[in-house]
Design a protein around this ligand. Sequence first.
Ligand SMILES: [Cu+2]
Length: 110
Amino acid sequence: MTLNAAATFGIAAAAFLTCAAAVLADDANTIVQNGRAFHPSEITIAAGTTLDFSNQDDFLHQIYVDTEGFNYDSAEQQPGEVFHITFPSAGTFPVRCHIHPKMLLTVHVK
Ligand SMILES: [Cu+2]
């Protein structure tokens, strides 16, 4: 292996590691909708964090937050679709689904 090839390999490996770390970080902030439930059903995050809501059911969801401090109302969320919600300030925020009233995720923002 020439010096140049070694350097190229090093860059490729570094890029791969950076990508893997980003995927792990994303997973920590991913909420999966499956079986008409949020998984996990409770999470604690820092203010300004964005949660990714991944609809892994084969039917629609439509998520919303209706609190004094923060409001969010999604469009219909197709199977496989990922919606992103950023929670800007501290508080406790119930996330629900218009279509499935029993769905509840409690988000604690510090
Ligand atoms: Cu739903």
